[in-house]
Design a protein around this ligand. Structure first.
Ligand SMILES: [Mg+2]
Length: 267
């Protein structure tokens, strides 16, 4: 039974936007649900594809909403990318991205190059860059032509905002992909790469974890590819009619994270 399946999990991975909060507002019941899971002794990891902020900034945001969290319980696509590249072998990077990505790479020992030195880069790392210029795009393409490997933090086409959206990392990555004719290696969800790093950070196996998120193509696809139980919440970007049209079938569908509490109470 579903409630039993979830109760037996040792850890829960939560997407943030559309799952724990919407913009700057916590989803109703999110605070209590996280509190209940902690009381039950479950391990928790918050996993976001957004590469712009640091784990500390996400921890501060969650604490500001009343959700207690350590910054080691937060994994961003930036941190996962830095961990992944370090395993591939260090080197110098040219980055299209914000502070969250630059800091994550520097913390893993990478040197982040300026535009004038981009051709020396071993890796071109693309995330969401809200200060993107044509010169930066050109420098990224120069570096790739000079042999740098093309890496993307994630491919989310859009970043939802209240009342609409802005272009996401994927829109920037596609500009470089179109110019170079190359596809990047993607680290963020739905890639298995970030899910492996998440499981390692939790010290758990895929069968011991459930992944809770609001997107089919990103969160539920990530869960499926990694062999993790997927729980879709309808509090974010997916509506019931999207679910009916999709070929991605989550293991469970609940209105919001608050629904986890009911499942845990059910005998
Ligand atoms: Mg989301």
């Amino acid at each position: 039974m579903l409630s039993e399946l979830l109760r037996d999990k040792k850890g829960f991975i939560f997407d943030l936007d559309g799952c724990i909060y919407l913009g700057d507002r916590p989803i109703q019941g999110a605070i209590e649900t996280i509190g209940m899971l902690r009381k039950e002794g479950k391990r928790i990891l918050f996993l976001t594809n957004n590469s712009t902020k640091t784990p500390q900034e996400y921890a501060d945001k969650l604490k500001g909403m009343g959700i207690e969290v350590g910054d080691r319980e937060i994994l961003t696509s930036s941190v996962a990318t830095a961990i992944y590249l370090k395993r591939l072998g260090g080197g110098e990077c040219f980055v299209l991205g914000e502070r969250g990505l630059i800091q994550a790479l520097e913390e893993e020992g990478f040197k982040v190059l300026g535009m004038g030195e981009a051709r020396r880069a071993r890796y071109v790392v693309c995330g969401l860059d809200m200060h993107l210029t044509y010169e930066k795009l050109a420098a990224a393409c120069h570096a790739i032509q000079s042999g740098a490997r093309f890496i993307a933090t994630n491919m989310d086409p859009r970043l939802p905002l209240e009342g609409g959206y802005i272009p996401g990392a994927g829109s920037i990555v596609e500009a470089v992909a179109t110019a170079t004719g190359l596809r990047p290696r993607v680290i963020g969800k739905p890639s298995k790469r970030i899910m492996k790093i998440a499981l390692k950070a939790m010290g758990l196996k895929n069968s011991e974890v459930a992944m809770v998120g609001d997107t089919l193509e990103i969160d539920m696809a990530a869960a499926r590819l990694a062999g993790i139980t997927g729980v879709l919440v309808l509090s974010g970007s997916t509506k019931m009619e999207d679910l009916e049209k999709s070929r991605i079938r989550p293991d469970a569908v609940i209105p919001s994270v608050a629904g986890l509490q009911e499942l845990f109470l059910k005998k």
